[in-house]
Design a protein around this ligand. Structure first.
Ligand SMILES: [Fe+2]
Length: 376
């Protein structure tokens, strides 16, 4: 792969990828294409020579592994400006509500209803929002960040089904409250690194029942909301918990939240394991999902968010770097990309779109996700 390099940064071993001509009249060949710099002495002589002719940058050939990638933080900043994000106010309110419930054990259903109303309105109005929770997810407790993530993603996903507004609100509310019962599970067990002892796992398996109990005591009356809390760990095969319900005996709303819940859990850093990239999580869910998820709901999730969900930062087969702008429901591995950096890793002044479904280029690497915490 060819990259631009400042003359100051040349080093032994670099191979010139293109002829270097004297820049004014372009008649004198200074260094031929394919020239490999030997030792440091030769390198310094070349630098002096090139600077004498006022050459600032040259093209060098690097093996693909060495192709430099600009800092992920920079790519992310550039890419984030392309998307509407869920408003700071809604996100903070959601976190506050869940935090109050988790820390003080107070569940004010009126407050949750108002929040869910605003969330659903915002998601309907924007149609596509980035979660953009990376800034807080490093500092906050997993349980409530996860609940907020799941509820926003659920609201977005639920738009795909022809739900009434009331059903949209019920599934979003169920999603925000789905892990409520974990309040009654000791923190040491919830955050334990490594495998759980059988009796500890039995304790965790009760959280859907505890959750229903807390919600009903606080006055929750909707069967739809309750079904999400009580059934989000039931498996389509009937091998889930707490009741071992299977197939369509599990409410559709719970089947939806179960897909989003696992997707978010896999793509978030946990005490005991680092997160996966979105496309890794989706391939894992596809492989293991046959017994776990409703196949129709899972395939709808994938065609909605793509194998490479919107916001994935990717490198294309020719070295360009961009962000997934839109998924292609008919061709999940060929989304529409906004190119931010050219094949020399230089910033593109006017980012442009490539539809991979009508291009020979393909995604070679996923560098990061836009909406999650990361370590550069
Ligand atoms: Fe759960």
């Amino acid at each position: 792969m060819k990259v631009k390099k400042s003359v100051f940064d040349l080093q032994p071993g670099d191979v010139f990828g293109e002829d270097v001509f004297e820049p004014v009249r372009l008649r004198v060949l200074l260094v031929p294409k394919g020239w490999k710099i030997g030792d440091w002495e030769e390198c310094e002589e070349l630098k002096v020579k090139l600077q004498e002719f006022n050459v600032q940058e040259v093209i060098v050939d690097v093996t693909e592994d060495k192709a430099p990638v600009p800092p992920i933080g920079e790519i992310r900043k550039k890419a984030l400006s392309l998307f509407p994000i869920i408003s700071e106010e809604t996100r903070k309110r959601a976190l506050d509500v869940v935090k109050r419930v988790t820390e003080a054990g107070e569940l004010d259903l009126k407050e949750v209803d108002e929040l869910v109303d605003d969330m659903v309105n915002e998601v309907i109005a924007k149609g596509e929002v980035m979660l953009s929770l990376y800034a807080i997810s490093r500092y906050d407790d997993y349980t409530f960040v996860h609940s907020v993530n799941v509820s926003i993603l659920t609201a977005l996903f639920a738009l795909e089904f022809s739900f009434s507004r009331d059903e949209l609100k019920a599934v979003t509310k169920g999603a925000i409250l789905h892990d409520l019962g974990k309040l009654r599970v000791p923190k040491e067990i919830l955050n334990k690194p490594g495998p759980l002892a059988p009796e500890e796992f039995e304790g965790i398996k009760k959280h859907p029942i505890y959750g229903v109990d807390i919600a009903i005591s606080a006055g929750e009356k909707s069967d739809s909301v309750i079904s999400v809390i009580s059934q989000h760990h039931e498996w389509f095969s009937g091998r889930g918990y707490p009741r071992g319900l299977g197939g369509e005996r599990i409410s559709l709303l719970a089947r939806i939240v179960s897909v989003v819940d696992v997707f978010d859990a896999l793509t978030t850093d946990r005490v005991y394991k680092p997160r996966m990239l979105s496309y890794e999580a989706i391939s894992k869910m596809l492989h293991e999902g046959a017994i776990h998820f409703d196949p129709k709901v899972l395939s709808r999730f994938i065609s909605r968010f793509g194998i490479y969900p919107v916001g994935s930062l990717v490198r294309l087969s020719d070295g360009k770097i961009g962000v997934v702008l839109k998924s292609n429901p008919l061709s999940p591995i060929r989304p529409i990309i906004k190119v931010l950096y050219d094949e020399y890793s230089s910033e593109v002044e006017d980012p442009y779109e490539i539809d991979l479904s009508s291009s020979e280029l393909f995604i070679k690497d996923v560098l990061a996700d836009l909406s999650k915490s990361f370590t550069p």
